[in-house]
Design a protein around this ligand. Structure first.
Ligand code: SAH
Ligand code: SF4
Length: 354
């Protein structure tokens, strides 16, 4: 299995790693030991994997990359949100953001360098796609940040959201593998309920979500009218609202679970009474909840954030009409770490945001 770029080992779910070892006539329980070293003890250098035989170690070193991304910059916001700039082996960088809330510490991770979907309101979307991340580079963001926090004696990460740069379902296999590693009980052991994947609505991939571990699903809806949604998200030309909701019906929902609809509220665009009427018609009440994200303005953005009164009115009205609706608190906006602002570092390659 020689290739120019060695696959990163942290993108291998446990059953697959066991299989690879077995196929190469090596003890498959070594895979369990590797999981224990990496995910329970945060040891990423095979030299430290002292209970693993020489043959397996030589095989690993020859065929896999065992490194984790390097934190090249981090910045702490006034509200406790911490943004990380992480460099991959080819020096490409992505961002991950650790967001504290009550008893949780959520890591927002990236699935791609850039994004091909090109939503008009999104800072990342204006970059275009540079490349997919490997599964191990996705898991590696978590590993690098967790190690950093551990060394500072700070609380552990508790939740993961795929809401950084990139469209996770465009990188289906690698994101799926990373989710399997996150929830593996013999490794990081996160509960499926603590992992959330957000998608802009890539229908062929939504229809394959039954292949995924049953993590929470969030759909970036942002508009209940096709013309407005197309203006915001060019993907809606191909996969319009009718097709999107037909595809959502194929997502296997466990009892008491709901799909989250993300709705960026933009002044004078989708914050009107007729938008509420259309949303109430569109969303299946019992299986939906809505999360309003007040638009985060960034330099050059053409859209505006509605007033706090409008945001509250919109939320109250949705709740009154039977859709469980919350407003996402804006976090980390002083360091451009809020949703849709994850770009500045990667694009300009500079290390100072202020
Ligand atoms: N690509 C995926 C996941 C990453 S984006 C997706 O689009 O779902 C995570 C969330 O942040 C999405 O709902 C996205 O629409 C939202 N977002 C992007 N730019 C934003 C901005 N400027 N203000 C507020 N939310 C934004
Ligand atoms: Fe990509 Fe999501 Fe940004 Fe759209 S909102 S451009 S899908 S990262």
């Amino acid at each position: 299995m020689k290739t120019d770029i060695k696959p990163n080992i942290y993108g291998y779910p446990l059953p697959l790693l066991r299989q690879v070892l077995e196929d190469n006539k090596l003890p498959k329980f070594n895979a369990d030991q590797i999981f224990n070293w990496a995910y329970r003890n945060f040891k990423f250098d095979p030299i430290e994997w002292t209970n693993i035989g020489k043959k397996t170690l030589a095989f690993i070193e020859e065929n896999f990359d065992t490194s984790i991304p390097k934190i090249v910059w981090n910045g702490l916001s006034k509200d406790g949100t911490r943004k990380f700039l992480l460099a991959m082996n080819d020096s490409k960088t992505v961002e991950a953001v650790a967001i504290p809330a009550r008893d949780r510490l959520t890591l927002c991770i990236s699935s791609q360098v850039g994004c091909a979907i090109g939503c008009t309101f999104c800072h990342t979307g204006t970059m275009g796609l540079t490349r997919h991340l490997q599964g191990g580079e996705i898991v590696g963001q978590y590993l690098a940040v967790q190690k950093f926090l551990h060394e500072k004696d700070e609380p552990r990460l508790s939740n993961i959201v795929y809401m950084g740069q990139g469209e996770p379902l465009h990188n289906f296999e690698n994101v799926k593998a990373s989710a399997e590693v996150f929830i593996e009980p013999k490794g990081l052991g996160l509960s499926q309920r603590k992992v959330t994947l957000s998608t802009s609505g890539l229908i062929p991939a939504i229809e394959r979500l039954m292949e995924f571990p049953p993590v929470n699903i969030a759909i970036s809806l942002h508009a209940a009218h096709d013309d407005i949604r197309t203006e915001l998200m060019p993907i809606n030309k191909r996969y319009d609202l009718t097709k999107l909701f037909a595809a959502i019906k194929t997502i296997p929902l466990k009892a008491h679970r709901r799909i989250t609809y993300e709705y960026i509220l933009i002044k004078d665009l989708n914050d009107r009474p007729e938008d509420i009427d259309a949303l109430v018609k569109l969303l299946p009440k019992k299986e939906s909840k809505m999360n309003i994200i007040p638009f985060n303005e960034y330099p050059e953005s053409e859209f505006k954030r509605p007033s706090n009164e409008t945001i509250k009115w919109f939320m109250d009205e949705m709740n009154r009409r039977g859709i469980v609706t919350t407003v996402r608190a804006t976090k980390g906006d002083d360091i451009l770490a809020a949703c849709g602002q994850l770009k500045s570092h990667s694009e300009e390659g500079k290390l100072n945001l202020w």
